[in-house]
Write a protein that binds this ligand. Structure first.
Ligand SMILES: [Zn+2]
Length: 300
């Protein structure tokens, strides 16, 4: 049971703020249950993987979606058969989910300056029709492919046409795609991969515009010293803490007009000094439930 006093304090911060930042990690998408599949997009869940990709448990050593990251012991045909299927299902067709819609309602309750920053490359905010001019995807986006060399910083391409060409030819039994559908860089003919932070090859400049807009937002929110600026951080753990977790700790520790609402089932701890000043609260319950309760209080 979540402390109702803390919940109403958090809801008041949101109501009184003129700027709100949503900082989202893997835990948010894990709680985004797709009604058709009955599971959230939880990369570490064996049950979700079995439900979404029953054949993959037969034809590969994979046990969960996270196992695809850095996986080397599969053929390019199986790798692309899986990756095309996965990105089609999750990046483009997961659709609208309650927890994302609740967050959107929190932001649209009244006119405020808002922004979303996320380490999730799954495009869930776009699928839930958030304002994409107020959005930064720090680790890349599965909707883009890029050259793996890369032969140029411009070698970034929409993934959708490659996926649409390949999907009808993926063998549902073996999960393999014929090699002629494996994407090659149109510039140099070399190997491609999704435009995500998977190594030195990541073409981060594809997200420069998003990053500039995020910096502008932060400056505006921090500069308004007499206005509250609330950060709602959801499901951000310690996989890549230097990207979201520590920067959010730093913001609430450094700037007195910042409030930090941290929702994290496993690691809800918050910076001590800011906690003593009653400017941050950590919730360790289910993200979807807490966000629903916050939404109900905020829009009441
Ligand atoms: Zn290339």
């Amino acid at each position: 049971m979540t402390d109702s006093t803390e919940l109403s304090t958090a809801a008041n911060w949101i109501r009184q703020s003129s700027s709100i930042l949503i900082a989202a990690g893997a835990g948010l998408s894990a709680s985004a249950v797709n009604p058709q599949y009955g599971v959230g997009l939880d990369y570490t869940s064996v049950a979700a993987f079995r439900q979404l990709y029953p054949r993959m448990t037969q034809v590969s050593t994979m046990r969960c979606m996270y196992d695809a990251i850095g996986k080397h012991d599969w053929t390019p045909e199986l790798m692309w058969g899986y990756l095309f299927t996965h990105v089609d299902k999750c990046r483009f067709n997961w659709g609208s989910t309650s927890v994302y819609q609740d967050l959107k309602q929190i932001l649209s309750n009244k006119p405020i300056d808002s922004f979303v920053i996320t380490t999730n490359a799954d495009g869930m905010f776009e699928q839930n029709k958030f304002d994409m001019t107020r959005f930064l995807s720090t680790q890349g986006d599965y909707s883009l492919l890029q050259c793996l060399k890369p032969c140029s910083q411009q070698s970034v391409y929409e993934a959708r046409p490659y996926i649409e060409r390949a999907l009808p030819h993926i063998n549902p039994q073996t999960m393999e795609v014929p090699s002629k559908y494996i994407p090659q860089c149109p510039r140099c003919g070399g190997s491609m991969f999704y435009c995500v932070r998977g190594g030195e090859w990541f073409i981060e400049s594809a997200f420069d515009n998003q990053r500039h807009r995020y910096r502008d937002f932060l400056h505006r929110a921090i500069d308004k010293k007499n206005d509250l600026f609330t950060i709602i951080e959801v499901g951000v753990g310690f996989n890549t803490p230097s990207v979201l977790r520590w920067p959010m700790d730093k913001l609430v520790s450094e700037f007195k007009n910042v409030r930090l609402i941290r929702i994290n089932m496993h690691a809800p701890d918050v910076p001590v000094h800011a906690r003593k000043e009653k400017r941050t609260i950590g919730f360790d319950g289910d993200a979807a439930q807490i966000i629903r309760q916050l939404r109900d209080m905020v829009i009441a």
